[in-house]
Ligand binder design. Structure first.
Ligand SMILES: Cc1ncc(COP(=O)(O)O)c(C=O)c1O
Length: 382
């Protein structure tokens, strides 16, 4: 088991706030701060040679660590600046089964998933409804998958309810009907152990912004190795080619591995912090982080139940991880008042969202929840 108190020293922000918004932006660890300073130093000291001595090797290590996080084989992961960009590349590049034009998306999924496919001519998007507003069963996906379905695209864990989907069951249903399956794991990377082979998804995207504490600019994607040779993104760049430094203009020869999903020059400063976050989380152990978060969110649910505040998050331990959402009339007001009281939360339409960092102490959790419940109840009375 991890020494959460010792680890807490890595995150100075936690001394200033009760941090209940790790699923939006993970706090900067000391080693991430040092990595950003090192980026400036490498740039300043070396100039252009930094690309070859330091930056390209750092990007290679980043891809390897992403592979470790996802249990993905070498050459199957690529770097992207954001999950939206990763999804754009996948939406245009995945070899969808011919003659099929429907993409199925869960109605609780993050908007950018819908946007990728709504923006693509020739595709029809259908949304799988949620009966309880909190979950969508794999059976609900399975019932709607048919011979028109090209792709099922959904999130691993719903950002507004914290429900952890059984994505293996969804992938199995997609494959049984001849469709592909794409998973957005931005809300599980770093807090739920991921094994893309066991998940049996065809593509996966995620990033380090949230539970990995690696900051923005650190998204990534994975494609099933056997599909990579058929992936032909319609938006690309010279760093997706087999040999970028051949400066070939008149022909496009894709990289043989997942680098064919990358585009142009990377925002390498971001990747310094991303790599630091990845190394930290892998050292602590994603399974340990998951158990810790399930303890914390379990206690948040108990506190809400005791106070009679409605929540939208499953009680079942195995179906949740780091997010709990509470019903709230004026969530932006609550968010602002809590900020003034030293508690950072997030608001979504009709809800306050709580996602404690894994180093939040039990004492902070209780103190933070006293304030959260007080504010939520006071806006619903006024
Ligand atoms: C599940 C999920 N997918 C995608 C996104 C958007 O990612 P990006 O801003 O990197 O495109 C978010 C952002 O919170 C998210 O929670």
């Amino acid at each position: 088991m991890s020494d959460w108190e010792a680890l807490r020293n890595e995150f100075p922000l936690l001394d200033r706030y009760v941090y209940f918004n790790a699923c939006s932006l993970g706090p900067l660890p000391l080693r991430g701060k040092a990595a950003l300073a090192k980026y400036a130093q490498d740039w300043d000291e070396q100039g252009t040679p930094a690309w070859f001595t330091t930056w390209l090797p750092l990007l290679e290590r980043y891809r390897e660590k992403v592979g470790e996080l996802l249990n993905a084989p070498a050459g199957s992961t690529a770097i992207a600046p954001s999950v939206s960009v990763a999804l754009t590349t996948l939406a245009s590049g995945l070899p969808l089964p011919p003659g099929r034009h429907t993409v199925l998306i869960g109605e609780l999924d993050f908007p950018t998933i819908g946007h990728q496919f709504l923006s693509r001519p020739g595709l029809e998007v259908e949304f799988v409804p949620s009966e309880d507003g909190m979950t969508i069963s794999p059976e609900a996906f399975a019932e709607r998958i048919d011979s028109r379905t090209a792709l099922v695209a959904t999130t691993h864990l719903f950002y507004t309810t914290g429900y952890l989907q059984d994505v293996r069951a969804i992938a199995d249903a997609a494959h049984a009907a001849g469709a592909l399956c794409l998973i957005d794991g931005y809300q599980t990377c770093g807090c739920v152990p991921i094994d893309v082979a066991a998940m049996d998804c065809d593509a996966f995207t995620g990033g380090c912004l949230k539970w990995v504490s690696g900051g923005p600019g650190n998204a990534f994607l994975y494609v099933r190795p056997s599909l990579i040779p058929q992936v032909r993104p319609q938006g690309t760049g010279w760093f997706a080619t087999r040999d970028p430094f051949s400066f070939t203009l008149r022909e496009l020869t894709w990289a043989d591995d997942a680098r064919r999903l990358e585009t142009g020059t990377w925002a390498v400063g971001c990747n310094y912090a991303g790599l630091a976050g990845l190394e930290l989380v892998l050292e602590v152990g994603v399974a340990n982080i998951q158990e810790r978060l399930r303890d914390l969110t379990g206690r948040i649910l108990e506190r809400c139940d005791e106070a009679g505040v409605k929540t939208f998050t499953p009680r079942e331990r195995s179906r949740r991880c780091g997010i709990v959402t509470l019903e709230c009339d004026r969530p932006e007001e609550v968010e602002a008042s809590l900020h003034a009281e030293g508690v950072i939360v997030d608001s979504r339409p009709g809800r306050v969202r709580l996602s404690p960092h894994w180093c939040v102490t039990e004492e902070e959790l209780e103190r933070g929840m006293d304030l959260v419940l007080q504010e939520v109840q006071s806006v619903s009375r006024s």
